[in-house]
Design a protein around this ligand. Structure first.
Ligand SMILES: [Zn+2]
Length: 188
């Protein structure tokens, strides 16, 4: 099976620091928490579109309500008190999310796959499409700094998608393949 040679582990991927990234200890939770449940990631192609940076507290307190790109967060265990609040700015990755003008007005699309609804999960993919998406998923995992066997990830997703009982469930295919790929990197 030929895997896209546009990405190899020989070419280092730039780490992207996300101030709100929390990598789960359990590899079985990584896909669900960091990819499928992450509104910074395109759900069509799993490309990272945005990341969070810390936003100055004083400015956040005053203006967070009018700044749509700033999130107000209360860390676990804190009271809803001004002093305990933290502010994060959602920052676009350059050239990954662009504007388009449609009948509905101004919308954004993912430049990786072209979807106008990057935050909606697509219908089940074909096995070949799933393998291509797995290669992009691998890049995103690298950007998050998560060690994994990327060849296994791509191969395994394609293999699972070819099983009739798994084919309709992309989430399970990607989640299982991601868990195995991380386990394999850890046991080498
Ligand atoms: Zn995309």
């Amino acid at each position: 099976m030929a895997i896209s040679n546009t990405f190899t582990t020989d070419r280092p991927v730039r780490r992207i620091h996300d101030a709100r990234l929390e990598v789960p200890d359990d590899p079985g939770q990584v896909f669900e928490e960091l990819i499928a449940g992450n509104d910074r990631v395109c759900q069509e192609c799993y490309r990272l579109l945005r990341h969070y940076e810390r936003f100055p507290w004083g400015v956040g307190i005053k203006h967070s309500r009018i700044l749509a790109f700033v999130d107000e967060v209360l860390p676990d265990g804190h009271r809803w008190d001004l002093l305990n609040r933290e502010y994060f700015e959602s920052v676009r990755e350059p050239k990954r999310l662009e504007h388009a003008y449609t009948e509905e007005g101004k919308e954004s699309y993912c430049t990786g796959c072209g979807t106008m609804s990057p935050y909606r999960s697509p219908p089940p993919r074909s096995a070949d499409r799933a393998r291509d998406v797995a290669v992009q998923l691998s890049v995103t995992l690298h950007e998050f700094g998560i060690a994994h066997d990327w060849v296994h990830l791509a191969k395994r997703v394609q293999e699972l998608k070819q099983r009739p009982e798994m084919a309709g469930n992309d989430f399970d295919c990607f989640s299982q393949a991601t868990e195995e790929a991380i386990d394999r990197a850890g046991s080498k």
